[in-house]
Design a protein around this ligand. Structure first.
Ligand code: NAD
Length: 275
C-alpha cells in the first residue's frame, strides 16, 4: 500500500497530503469512483455540499470495510448557506448525508465578498462552533486571498487550518502560498492538473519523458514536492491508480523549476474577489 505523507496542521491534527476529489462526479458515479480510490490506497476524500454527492461518498466509505477513522473527509459550506442559521442547518445535513457524526475538515467554500454584505466573519464564527463542539475536527477556508485571511486573523479566534485554492503550473499562486506559509495555514491545491488542460503542454511532456512517468504523475509530484495537499479527480479506475502512483520517484530541482516557469497566472476557475 502506498505510503502517503501526512501534513501536520496548525491545530495538531494531521491530513494525508494526497487525496481524491469528487467535483463534477455525478452522484450515480460517485460511490464507484470513491470505492476505486479507496481500493487504490487513497485515504482522503474532498467533497462539498455544492457537489451534490456527499451521500454517495458516505455510502462508499461505509461499505469499504475500512473504519471511519482511517479516512480523512473534507466537505464545504454551500454558497447559499453563509448566514449562521443556514450554515448550522447545512452542516447538520452534511453529517447526515455522509453518515458520520463528524467531518475531519469543514471549509467555507468561497469568501463571496459581494454577498451577505461581504460578511464571511460571522460565517467563520459559526464554523468555530462546529470546531469547538468537536463535530469538525479542523476548519478552514477555500478561495481566500491574503486580505480575506487578514480579516479573519484580526477579528476571530481560530486560524484556518487550510486554505484550498486553485494551483497548477499555469497558476502557481506564489503570493497566496507565501502568505499561508507565514501564517501556518496549510495550502490545498485544487484543480492540481489544471482540470486536465496542462497535460499536453510540451514542457510537462518533456519532464514526464525524462522522469519515465506520465504527464499527470509529474504534475502531481511537482505539487507534492512543493508541499501542497492535492486531491486529483478522475472516474477512470486506471487514472485513479496512475494518479496516486507518485511516491516512488523524485523530480530534480531543474524539473521543478521548469514546471514552475510555466506560470501565466491563468485561472481555470472564478476570481475569488469577484465571484
Ligand atoms: P483536476 O485538476 O483534478 O483535473 C481533473 C480532470 O483531469 C479529470 O476530469 C480528467 O479529465 C483529467 N485527468 C485526471 N487524471 C488524469 C490522468 N491521469 N491523465 C489524464 N487526464 C487526467 O480538476 P478538479 O476536479 O477541478 O480538481 C480536483 C479537486 O479539487 C476537485 O475534485 C475538488 O475536490 C477540488 N476543487 C475545489 C474547488 C474549490 O473551489 N474549492 C474548485 C474545483 C475543484
Amino acid at each position: 500500500m502506498t505510503d502517503i505523507p501526512q501534513i501536520l496542521l496548525n491545530n495538531g491534527q494531521t491530513i494525508p497530503q494526497f487525496g481524491f476529489g469528487v467535483f463534477l462526479v455525478k452522484p450515480e458515479d460517485t460511490q464507484a469512483a470513491v470505492t476505486h480510490a479507496l481500493q487504490a490506497g487513497y485515504r482522503h476524500i474532498d467533497t462539498a455540499q455544492m457537489y451534490g454527492n456527499e451521500a454517495e461518498v458516505g455510502a462508499a466509505i461505509s461499505r469499504s470495510g475500512l473504519s471511519r477513522g482511517e479516512i480523512f473527509v473534507t466537505t464545504k459550506l454551500d454558497n447559499g448557506a453563509h448566514r449562521p442559521g443556514d450554515a448550522r442547518a447545512a452542516f447538520d445535513q452534511s453529517l447526515k448525508a455522509l453518515g458520520s457524526d463528524y467531518v475531519d475538515l469543514f471549509l467555507i467554500h468561497w469568501p463571496l465578498p459581494t454577498r451577505y454584505d461581504g460578511d464571511f466573519v460571522s460565517t467563520w464564527n459559526t464554523l468555530e462552533e462546529f470546531y469547538r463542539d468537536g463535530r469538525a475536527r479542523s476548519i478552514g477556508v477555500s478561495n481566500f486571498q491574503p486580505h480575506h485571511l487578514r480579516r479573519l486573523h484580526g477579528e476571530t479566534d481560530i486560524i484556518p487550518a487550510v486554505n484550498q485554492i486553485e494551483v497548477h503550473p499555469y497558476l502557481t499562486q506564489d503570493e497566496v502560498r507565501a502568505f499561508c506559509t507565514e501564517h501556518q495555514v496549510a495550502v490545498e491545491a485544487w484543480s492540481p492538473l489544471g482540470h486536465g488542460s496542462i497535460l499536453g503542454d510540451p514542457v510537462v511532456q518533456s519532464v514526464a519523458k525524462r522522469a519515465g512517468k506520465t504527464p499527470a504523475q509529474v504534475v502531481l509530484r511537482w505539487h507534492i514536492q512543493r508541499g501542497d495537499i492535492v486531491f486529483p479527480k478522475s472516474v477512470t479506475p486506471e487514472r485513479i491508480r496512475e494518479n496516486i502512483d507518485v511516491f516512488d520517484f523524485e523530480l530534480s530541482a531543474a524539473d521543478i523549476e521548469d514546471l514552475s516557469a510555466l506560470n501565466k497566472n491563468e485561472r481555470g476557475g472564478p476570481d475569488p474577489d469577484k465571484f
